[in-house]
Design a protein around this ligand. Sequence first.
Ligand code: SF4
Length: 238
Amino acid sequence: MGVSTRVKQYAVKAVWRTLQGEGAWSGRAAVFVRFVGCNLWSGYEADRTRDAERSGADCPLWCDTDFTKEGATRFTAEALATEMQRVGGPIRFCVLTGGEPLLQADAALIDSLHAAGFEVAVETNGTVTLADAFTDVDDTLVPPDWIVCSPKLPEDRLVLEHCDELKLVVPDYRPEDYTSFAERVRPHTVGGRKRQWLWLQPEDGPRLADATALAVETTLAHPAWRVSVQTHKVLGVE
Ligand code: SF4
């Protein structure tokens, strides 16, 4: 009897070339990969209220990202890396996003992307551990190179072990509610000093002006934090 070997495939909504618009790598050319699926919302209009109640997060009520499976493509790790090289040309920085990318991204994918020369960043909501997502068959952790966490749940429900940037979308998420989780942000040396990348991101949409004013005011009162500007929107880049 033959042994069947099933190669994992990743459900991907889109692969595109653009600039990273936010945070520490703002303005940097990147290949973005949007994975299908999120653990806080199904992605369908009819489920918004149900999933907000189920998850305890508000974001299912306003999330405007399309991460549903319709129109998605399934790739093996190698095929996805090849597609990212095709789309990105010389770009070797990538951002895995979603939905919630840690539901699918794993050690095998990180290995393939590294083999293809990519530096790998992820954007996660903090509800999946790195150990669960990125431990390989030999029990070795193969994490992404850069981790951005934008939580949508209270800090006592976040399980992510650490990250490199913490991004709170104001007005709904405030520094005083994430003081404990902020300690998991790995410091990086800038100008000879260890600093954390802590961001306040004004919510886009009808509340943008008020959210921006609040982000500025909050940053002046909490100088460890910085206001994040969505430069891709300023530049008119998709
Ligand atoms: S966690 Fe992110 S992708 Fe998922 S519903 Fe909330 S805002 Fe949207």
